[in-house]
Structure formats: structure tokens, C-alpha cells
Design a protein around this ligand. Structure first.
Ligand code: FES
Length: 149
């Protein structure tokens, strides 16, 4: 007969570690995640890592050659909940309303992403940098291989 383990109730001071409902939604239901890139033909790929925590992220983009708008943005990360939510939101922002122009995408900021997420705890700011840094790298990669170059 097995003994029941008693779980002691504990409290934990989490300070300002509060996540908005939008962050939680994007963490539990990440948009545009790509688990298997085989067969996915991207126009640009970018990778970025955080020196603070060692986590990393890969972003793949497809670009309309005529309009220079991002038509698809996929990603995968070895990162925390904040990185997942931030990158998910970033992928929505660059593809919504017909897609963001690659010039504008290069200038997307952490602040804009955090704003759309309804905020992030201060100490998780570095997690929000990964997605758009990888996006910038993907745009640079696209430009390197741009048709007509
Ligand atoms: Fe590493 Fe958030 S702690 S990405």
C-alpha cells in the first residue's frame, strides 16, 4: 500500500512577476510556431540568442517579391514563457493586415511588442529582444539573397 505524499502549501513572493492575459494566451497558444522546418521554403532565416540566459530562437520569413511585405513568419525557440509569447506576438504583428514591409520589420522594437502584449515583467525584458533580433537577421538574410542582386 502506498503512502500518500502530503503536499505542503507554500507561498512565494513573486514580486512583479505578473503576466497579462495576452501573454498567457500567446504562451499557451503560440501563433506561427514551426516545429519541423523540413519542406518549409523560407526567403530569409535569422537566429538570435540571449547572453543573459543562453536561450535561442530561429525565425523564418517569406517575402512577397513585388510588395516587399512579409507574407509568412514562422519561428521556434528554446526559451521561456516570455520569449514564446513575445515571439508569437512578433509573428502576428509582421504578418497582420497583409504583412509588414521588410523595412518596417527591421525597425520593430521590443517596446512595440511588449505594448501589444499588455506588458512584461521588467526582468523579462531581455526575452522580448530575441524574436525581433532574429527577425532582423532574417530580413538581412533575405536581402542578401534578394532576386536581382
Ligand atoms: Fe531566456 Fe526568457 S529567460 S529567453
Amino acid at each position: 500500500m502506498s503512502k500518500k505524499t502530503k503536499i505542503k502549501k507554500t507561498t512565494c513572493d513573486v514580486g512583479d512577476w505578473l503576466y497579462s492575459d495576452i501573454v498567457k494566451d500567446h504562451f499557451f497558444k503560440p501563433r506561427n510556431i514551426l516545429l519541423d522546418e523540413s519542406g518549409y521554403e523560407a526567403d530569409g532565416v535569422g537566429v538570435s540568442g540571449s547572453p543573459i540566459c543562453g536561450d535561442m530562437i530561429v525565425v523564418w520569413i517569406k517575402v512577397d517579391k513585388k510588395t516587399k511585405k512579409i507574407t509568412d513568419c514562422k519561428w521556434r525557440t528554446f526559451g521561456c514563457a516570455s520569449a514564446i509569447a513575445s515571439t508569437s506576438m512578433m509573428s502576428v504583428m509582421v504578418t497582420e493586415n497583409g504583412g509588414m514591409n521588410i523595412k518596417d520589420a527591421k525597425h520593430l522594437t521590443s517596446e512595440a511588442i511588449i505594448d501589444r502584449l499588455g506588458g512584461l515583467p521588467d526582468r523579462k525584458y531581455h526575452c522580448s529582444v530575441l524574436g525581433h533580433t532574429a527577425l532582423k537577421e532574417a530580413v538581412i538574410d533575405y536581402k542578401k539573397n534578394e532576386p536581382g542582386k
